[in-house]
Design a protein around this ligand. Sequence first.
Ligand code: THU
Length: 140
Amino acid sequence: MQAADSARADEGAALLAAARTVRERAHAPYSRFRVGAALRDEHGAIHAGCNVENAAYPVGTCAEAGAIAAMVAAGGRRITEILVCGDGAGLVTPCGACRQRIREFARPDTPIHAATPDRIAKTFTLGELLPDSFGPETLT
Ligand code: THU
C-alpha cells in the first residue's frame, strides 16, 4: 500500500470508530434502527452524532444532523469527509434531507462513506448523491 493510501485508510478508520461509538448511544426506541455519523472538519477535528427519536415521530433527528450541529458548535464550518454507519441488509446512505444538510458545508467532491459497524461499504461524492443541488452560492 502507498503511503497516501495508508493515511487515507487510517482517516477512514478513525471516522468509522467515532461513528460506531456514537451509534451505540442512539435513542431509537421506535425504529430500533441506530445510526451514527462522524465527519471531519477543515481543522481535521472529528465530530459525531447519533439519531435521536421522539415519541412525536417527526420531531426525531438524524445522526448527520447531530454531527453537523456538533461541528458548528465547535467552530467548524466545512465538512471535508463524512461517514454514516448503520446496520442492515442494504447500504445506509444519508436520507434526502441530510444530503441537503451536508450540502450546506461541503463541496460536490466531498466524500460520503456508507458504512456498517465493521467497514466502509461504499464511498460516494456529495455530487453523486445530490446532483445539481441548491446551496449557499445559489443565493449570492
Ligand atoms: N436516520 C438517520 O439517522 N440518518 C439517515 O440518513 C437515515 C435515517 C435515522 C432516522 C430514524 O431515527 C431511523 O434512522 C430510521 O429511519
